[in-house]
Design a protein around this ligand. Sequence first.
Ligand SMILES: Cc1ncc(COP(=O)(O)O)c(C=O)c1O
Length: 423
Amino acid sequence: MTAGAADGRARVVEDYRRHVGEGVARVAETLGTPVEERSEGPYVWDSAGRRYLQCGGYGVFILGHRHPRVVRALHRQLDLHPLATRSLLSGALATASAELVGAAPEGLERVYFGCTGAEAVETAFKLARANGRRRILAMRGGFHGKTLGALAATDRLAFQQPFRPLLPGVEFVPYGDVAALAAALAGGDPAVVVVEPVQGEGGVRIPPPGYLAGVLAACRAHGALLVVDEIQTGLGRLGTMWGWDVPGEHPDMLLVGKALGGGCVPVSAVLATAAAFRPLDRAPRLHSSTFSGYPLGAAAVTATLAVLADEKIPDRAARLGERIDALVRAALDGVPGVREVRSRGLLLGVELAAPALAGRFSAALLDAGVLATPSLGADTVVRLTPPAVLEETDLEWLDTALGAAAAALSAEETTWRPPGRTG
Ligand SMILES: Cc1ncc(COP(=O)(O)O)c(C=O)c1O
């Protein structure tokens, strides 16, 4: 790092310490976290000019960074009209809504746009209440965001504890267990059920085949509304456009976020059936927000959906996912401290034997020029969520980094002992 870059980084850390938060600054100082400066395709560059392969980003960058078609659409909209008056109609919003409905499972006709995933979750819970469902059944290990309502359905005690009491009427049932869900539904008031097709923040937990069909059947049998949270799994991440896999059927609501803004701007959405949306059809002012459906975000959605279709991103994600799964398994085979590798499409999780090892693995990947993400609901799982636009040379880059990270874990074995082992 040049002296100028080092000074620049020190200034950023100091501003973080003074204004963003001492905790974040402390961690950055301890780990020597670089300062990101620019991005393009699957790479991010830091202020010292080093580049990193994007395999993290909490699942946002399925198209990579600054996809040219999304950037072009954004420039056009920025020059034309970025934010809505909210007094007139928006053509950009109308188009994005129609395109999103066209790309969604059939039967989901209405769209409410937001900016964050948690906002989509809040909207879905409000719609459920307006439809008479005041009881929420959520899944053990599930993650739905950190606003007060979404947090109530996020199964992570450490995140919930300081903020209690949260939304009342939330119960958790085991993920992947249709019988347990049906029993809970049978034993109480009409409910709304919220479920992820694969639990991302929960540590890449993959349910048994047919799970969503079973969940839908249980909901239908007991008069429950079903909300499928595809904020992380949707838009190609799992190697299919959606994680929802029940042919000819649809949930009552489907939530999407993260990649919806094409990796350039924040956008989320609730897709709902006309029946579930009826309270807002009747009284649109019941739920609104200043930036809902803003034209810049809407332009990004329309461009993103076009790229997903034209570049067959879900198919590419499926093929790349198989390749990367094989690379990860080969690199980590027999490496001490590695418990399991789980993946579907381009959502991969490496489970380690202890949180400290997960930290070591992530740090070694970063040193080797690869960004990975921790799992907010599982301290021992490091996630890889690469873009679907990786080329052969990018895979070589990743493979080299995985080799370095595997060596770092092996070296760690001299100082770390699995629980129960002595000496
Ligand atoms: C499945 C799921 N739902 C909701 C959220 C919350 O999204 P946001 O952080 O944009 O509020 C996340 C974020 O990781 C998520 O993975």
